[in-house]
Write a protein that binds this ligand. Structure first.
Ligand code: NAP
Length: 340
């Protein structure tokens, strides 16, 4: 069975999920939407993705731009089994009734509140929870990064207390109107909303988060301090636990990845779609074990980390894989990610 997938919202996340769907052996990309003509709409056409009109868009605008359209969003919804909503924050919730009325299953992104869907999702943590569901929310980039790390730490070592500071990128690379360009902005919601968001996946995880925004577009960096019930013998054991888990990349000191600029250069050299780095990025020399307390940094490429998760969410909803690890391996092979 090939699940027919539509993408509503062809921006940062939507275009990446569309490319990822097109690479999967058990999925068919039926089409993507744009509200207005743009270089991204042109890219969809160049890629051979049928282009549909969403929001307040009008056919005449696309015709004037010379961009062929296959129909309106309602037409797309008539031909898909599931829609991945990747419209801007809060628009997904408005779109939910369109999907319900069209009797189409839907995946929402982390910009929407948890109650937009039956379940919040992160593949390593709770694949089974999305099995057979009609609506799923893939959690945000920061929450995905934390949930993946929790999926390594919690079952093996038992988390007693987790304090994380999130150093967040100010904007995505194309967002020329956002800042700050010179300043560090504390998030005065103490603790930040990210901890409760992780608990939509791990309900009892004792995690508290704070956040600051810094002038970069490249990645987020999480500074983690975790007290464990059954701590690992040493840092080497923990490094191996991360390394043996899919979607973790642990750089060695000799690789001279000093920070996010080199991580993104690594991504450009590796050359996966959009030069993305979809893994949680850790550093061997950025992981320490002191008695029951573990400290580690991780970097999160905000534009791409949720892409493989969206693919696994589809597979869980349509019962296409025996279990989470099987789905993750299929997704990651198709995307060119390493399969440990
Ligand atoms: N970027 C990140 O770092 C990141 C990471 C994880 C999760 N998310 C979440 O993913 C979702 C999408 O974010 P994004 O960063 O991809 O946003 P984005 O880059 O702004 O892309 C959203 C796209 O949706 C289109 N759009 C606008 N109104 C629409 C409507 N009514 N119906 C359908 N499409 C519409 C816009 O393009 P046109 O108007 O040109 O059609 C826009 O390009 C949000 O929930 C966000 O919180 C974002």
């Amino acid at each position: 069975m090939r699940v027919r997938v539509g993408i509503n919202g062809f921006g940062t996340i939507g275009k990446r999920v569309a490319d990822a769907v097109a690479k999967q052996p058990d999925m068919e990309l039926v089409g993507v939407t744009k509200t207005h003509p743009s270089y991204e709409a042109q890219r969809a056409v160049t890629n051979g993705y049928p282009l549909f009109i969403a929001g307040d868009g009008a056919r005449a605008e696309f015709e004037r731009a010379g961009l062929p359209v296959a129909g309106m969003l309602s037409d797309l919804l008539g031909h898909v089994d599931v829609v991945v909503d990747a419209a801007p924050e809060k628009i997904g919730r408005q779109n939910a009734s369109l999907y319900r009325d069209a009797k189409v299953r839907a995946i929402f992104q982390g910009g929407e509140k948890a109650d937009v869907a039956e379940v919040s999702f992160s593949a390593l943590a709770n694949f089974e929870a999305a099995r057979g569901k009609r609506t799923v929310r893939v959690v945000s980039c920061n929450t995905t990064g934390l949930a993946r790390a929790a999926a390594v730490l919690e079952p093996r070592y038992g988390v007693e207390d987790w304090q994380a500071t999130l150093v967040r990128r100010a904007a995505d690379p194309p967002e020329s109107g956002r800042g700050p360009i010179n300043g560090i902005l504390p998030n005065f919601h103490l603790p930040s909303h990210h901890g409760p968001d992780v608990r939509t996946i791990f309900p009892n995880l004792p995690i508290a988060t704070t956040a600051v925004i810094v002038p970069t577009t490249l990645m987020h960096v999480h500074v983690n301090r975790v007290r464990l019930r059954r701590p690992p013998a040493d840092a080497a054991e923990l490094v191996e636990a991360f390394r043996r888990t899919p979607r973790f990349l642990v750089f060695r000191e000799w690789e001279r990845i000093d920070g996010t600029p080199q991580v993104m250069e690594f991504g450009r050299d590796r050359g996966l779609g959009h030069n993305d780095v979809m893994e949680n990025v850790l550093w061997e020399n950025g992981i320490a074990v002191n008695g029951p307390t573990v400290e580690f940094f991780q970097a999160i490429h905000q534009e791409s980390i949720v892409v493989p998760e969206s693919i696994d969410a589809i597979r869980a909803m349509f019962d296409l894989a025996r279990d989470g690890p099987t789905s993750i391996a299929i997704t990651d092979r198709a995307l060119g990610l390493p399969v440990p």
